[in-house]
Write a protein that binds this ligand. Structure first.
Ligand SMILES: [Ca+2]
Length: 586
């Protein structure tokens, strides 16, 4: 592999994976910034609530574990990506608790986050690496490369023998198993799991409910009804200032813009399933499809172009960055000017402040719209939950059984909560019977301080390690004021309810997003050559067609020919090969 190719093979996906992981919850923080009480920084510790009811300890429902994991104190050596939020892994409060529980002593080596990718390449090439690699999250292709060389050992048998919790979690979050299995059937790494329910269906459309009420309009259910609503927004002065200053539909469709701010993510789901990412490949009964090369995509463009031609869709949708969108969403002189906007949550299109009321109180989510031929999907990306490649055992490890047991222990509910939220009964506690969680059911745990969210501390691992937050776990956080549900006070509850009621009914029954792709070096290089050209061409054509600079109807054959010339068939075939092997072996 030439240096040039090696660079492309690695790309910057590892860093991106880390950033995405932090940003996954997009403002809702580790467990819901909106509902953390008190602040460790501010010196305030919430008074422990008098336990008048029984404590609900969810760990009692887990299979038993024999502690310590090993009779004699045993050392495992970890190469760890240094998380800027963790002061010192060795002296960290959670590390010490973990050692007391397991009798496993960790010898830490760390590498800085921004040098992690290069450091790992160098260490693996020189043979100077320890038992375990943690939080490197290499791309699946990199994992497969070192797995096939025997440097990352297969974990299949270890999981079978010692992965009690891992096996359980992979039943409740099957995407974690699929995403961790290479096409050769081997599992070369354990993921961390962070299953944010509303994030998996986050290609949403928001609408100003006050404007609907003012104009006496119902929530639209079809693409046609939605167009009617936009016309009324444009002409009906719903913000009541006597000026035609309303923007019926805007967004942020540029690369790196707002989360799901590009209009294709939401609106194309009325024409063909859209996976909510810019790759725009889906699987349908095992077949890989590039949705932007289907006639349904053309029909979707024609719908959006029609909205633009009527002055309903702002052309700024393709030039707004996130800040520009938020300035629009904040309104002018205290008056709302945006009627509707595709986005993952309120904070993408306005300045959102937890704990307060604000302009977001006017907005609610529109369910997926039924398209002209009855198509009506919610994007549903189950592969967001597993963060692949968090925990890797190398061929240097003398005691892989213990390493596996140790990782499996971290997936239990108490170690996971301590590793992310801090000290039990100081920073968080188990719920009392009768306390309600985000999903409206009996809660499991309550956040006392916001130490999970502060930039530097030495109490927990700040989401490092193979921790497991299933959807149920995340939704079992105590809601402090369940009788007063507003986005400002209870953001996660609002997002949960809107997702469950309005989006979940339209999620496909089988996953239509592609799992992470374990390409060979050769395949990865081909993909890396074709992908940027495809993305650029598809994005440019989409923006030009929606804004009326080209007519997609007359350009369609030419567009398909250009996609083909860039390498579309090869690109789809490469994904099909890997998907076939993955489906056959996972
Ligand atoms: Ca007005």
């Amino acid at each position: 592999m030439s240096q040039h190719k090696a660079d492309r093979f690695w790309s910057h996906d590892m860093i991106r994976a880390r950033l995405n992981r932090r940003g996954l919850v997009k403002g809702a923080a580790a467990g819901g910034a909106g509902i953390a009480l008190g602040s460790r920084l501010g010196g305030y510790r919430a008074m422990a609530q008098t336990p008048t009811a029984a404590v609900v300890d969810p760990s009692t429902d887990e299979p038993p574990v024999e502690l310590p994991l090993v009779e004699e104190k045993t050392t495992l050596r970890i190469l760890q990506v240094q998380n800027p939020s963790v002061e010192n892994y060795e002296t960290n409060t959670f590390t010490q608790w973990l050692e007391e529980q397991t009798n496993v002593h960790i010898e830490w080596q760390t590498v800085p986050l921004d040098e992690a990718e290069a450091a790992l390449t160098l260490r693996l090439a020189s043979g100077d690496y320890p038992d375990i690699l943690m939080d490197f999250n290499p791309t699946p292709s990199v994992i497969q490369l070192y797995g096939s060389q025997g440097i990352f050992i297969p974990l299949n048998d270890l999981i079978e023998q010692h992965g009690t919790m891992t096996r359980l979690h992979w039943e409740t979050t099957p995407s974690a198993r699929v995403a961790s299995t290479a096409p050769d059937g081997n599992i070369y790494s354990l993921p961390s799991i962070n299953d944010c329910y509303h994030c998996t269906m986050s290609a949403k459309l928001w609408i100003n409910q006050e404007w609907l009420d003012t104009l006496g309009l119902e929530m639209p259910q079809t693409t046609e009804e939605y167009a009617e609503v936009l016309r009324a927004f444009k002409d009906g002065d719903p913000n009541g200032n006597g000026e035609a200053d309303e923007i019926p539909l805007t967004g942020s469709g540029i690369v790196g813009g707002a989360w799901h701010g590009s209009p294709d993510h939401y609106f194309m789901n009325s024409f063909i399933y859209h996976p909510g990412n810019d790759l725009r490949l889906i699987q349908d009964n095992g077949k890989v499809i590039a949705i932007y090369a289907q006639e349904a995509w053309r029909e979707g463009i024609k719908y959006l172009a029609g909205l633009h031609a009527e002055g309903l869709l702002s052309p700024e949708i393709f030039t707004n960055d996130r800040d520009q969108l938020r300035a629009l969403g904040n309104g002018r002189d205290g008056v709302a000017i945006v009627g509707s906007v595709p986005a993952g949550w309120f904070g993408e299109f306005m300045t959102f402040t937890a704990g307060e009321s604000g302009p977001w109180d006017a907005y609610t989510a529109v369910p997926p719209l039924e398209g002209p031929d009855g198509t009506r999907y919610s994007m549903h990306d189950t592969f967001q939950a597993p963060i692949v490649g968090t925990f890797i055992i190398t061929d240097k490890c003398q005691n892989p059984e213990l390493a596996m047991k140790w990782a499996d222990f971290l997936g239990r509910v108490e170690p996971t909560t301590r590793s992310i939220h801090g000290v039990k009964d100081e920073d968080w506690r188990w719920a009392y019977e009768g306390e309600i969680g985000i999903d409206g059911e009996q809660a499991w745990w309550h956040s006392i301080t916001d130490v999970a969210n502060i930039p530097s501390q030495n109490i927990h691992w700040s989401q490092d390690g193979p921790s497991v937050r299933t959807a149920k776990y995340r939704l079992s956080q105590v809601v402090p004021d369940p009788d007063n549900i507003t986005a400002g006070a209870n953001l996660e509850v609002v997002l949960y309810n809107l997702t469950k009621e309005r989006y979940a009914p339209y999620a496909p029954e089988q996953p239509m997003n592609l799992p992470p792709m374990y390409f060979t070096v050769e395949q990865a290089n081909e993909v890396a050559t074709i992908l940027p050209q495809l993305e650029t061409y598809v994005n440019e054509t989409f923006a030009q067609a929606v804004t009326g600079q080209l007519d997609i109807e007359s350009e369609w054959d030419n567009y398909l020919a250009n996609l083909e010339a860039i390498g579309l068939s090869t690109f789809v075939d490469l994904h099909q090969q890997v998907l076939d092997e993955t489906n056959a072996n996972s």
